[in-house]
Design a protein around this ligand. Structure first.
Ligand SMILES: [Zn+2]
Ligand SMILES: [Zn+2]
Length: 349
């Protein structure tokens, strides 16, 4: 089946309309009419071949929401008409320890929603900047938010789970002091989620102008990290710091804010490495630096259900397909509060 999509033919080309082929649903497949797709910073990295291995044409998009239009003969959990989402994962080996644990995001055979290996045409996966997608039922999520919020649910499928998973793993909750570094697509979700989990949330930003916005998102306190006195006031006090900043920066300034046994988890994907931290800042208080990548399918469902229950969605700017290239430039400048979402009805032109 041929569908309209938006993608790039080369790393130095803007995104443009194109036609792609979707497979007919197999026995375990769910066919989805995509209503909205969020724009993630990873989309831009892939399209511009800033990470290795981008195949062209490249159709990005892994924050997908829409409605089921058909299911294969063996699909039990979904039926036509259901509101569903698809995140960063559309396949995995299904039998390793990671898959058995529901942590498909750490499976060596994980297939990304775009630019991953597949039997389908053209030999690599094509993402959510398209009218339809066909996905094995294991990787399809149920959406329980009201349909009126559907566009703002889309970014939960990457930005939401990328922040939810580490917050849960390091047990953000009542009695815990949690820092969220960076107030962008990821960080704004981190603040909302940590707040809803009951933690005392401190947002870190380099920009005084984001102070009021961070408080509105649910931060209990805001620290402008350029102000040394504000940083010092929080020394040795955090249980956990969720660091969403991808650009290389001084990790020591944040490490010294952790109390004994505290952890800072990095979720941003830097194009060039951070300066090495001072090991003394780790050994003196048994602190840890960790990393976390998106989340498994069961915890992605848990995150969506948690968000539906707590009325949490992303703050978005809805755009038409013809402004995707402008949106990329604005995203690079940080000029979006806080996530662009494409109205996929505009893909047909
Ligand atoms: Zn993403
Ligand atoms: Zn596996």
């Amino acid at each position: 089946m041929q569908v309209h999509a938006y993608g790039a033919h080369a790393s130095d080309q803007p995104l443009a309309p194109l036609q792609i082929t979707r497979r007919a649903p197999g026995a375990h497949d769910v066919q989805i009419d995509i209503a909205y797709c969020g724009i993630c910073h990873s989309d831009l990295h892939q399209v511009r071949a800033e990470w290795e291995g981008t195949q062209f044409p490249c159709v990005p998009g892994h924050e997908i929401v829409g409605r089921v239009t058909a299911v294969g003969a063996h699909v039990q959990g979904f039926k036509a008409g259901d509101l569903v989402g698809v995140g960063c994962i559309v396949d995995s080996c299904k039998h390793c320890d990671e898959c058995a644990a529901g942590l498909e995001n750490y499976c060596d055979g994980m297939v990304g929603t775009y630019n991953g290996p597949t039997q389908d045409e053209p030999g690599w996966t094509l993402g959510g900047y398209s009218q339809k997608i066909v996905v094995h039922e294991r990787y399809v999520l149920r959406i329980r938010h009201p349909e009126s919020q559907l566009a703002a649910v889309a970014p939960l499928l990457c930005a939401g789970i990328t922040t939810f998973s580490p917050l849960r793993h390091w047990q953000a909750g009542p009695g815990k002091k949690v820092g969220v570094v960076g107030i962008g697509g990821l960080g704004h979700m981190g603040i909302k989620l940590a707040h809803a989990m009951g933690a005392h949330v401190v947002a870190f930003t380099t920009s005084e102008s984001k102070r009021a916005a961070a408080l509105e998102l649910g931060a209990d306190e805001v620290v402008v990290s350029r102000h040394a006195d504000e940083m010092t006031a929080h020394a040795k006090s955090f249980d956990f710091i969720l660091n969403t900043v991808a650009a290389p920066h001084d990790l020591d300034a944040l490490l010294t804010l952790l109390k004994r046994d505290g952890t800072m988890a990095l979720v941003g994907a830097p194009a060039t490495p951070h300066p090495s931290p001072n090991v003394f800042n780790l050994i003196m208080k048994r602190r840890s630096i960790a990393g976390s990548m998106i989340g498994g399918i069961p915890e992605t469902q848990e995150m969506l259900d948690f968000c539906a229950e707590h009325g949490i969605v992303s703050d978005i700017e809805l755009i038409g397909a013809d402004t995707i290239n402008d949106a990329y430039e604005r995203m690079l400048r940080g000029d979006v509060k806080y996530r662009f979402v494409i109205d996929n009805a505009t893909l047909a032109g």
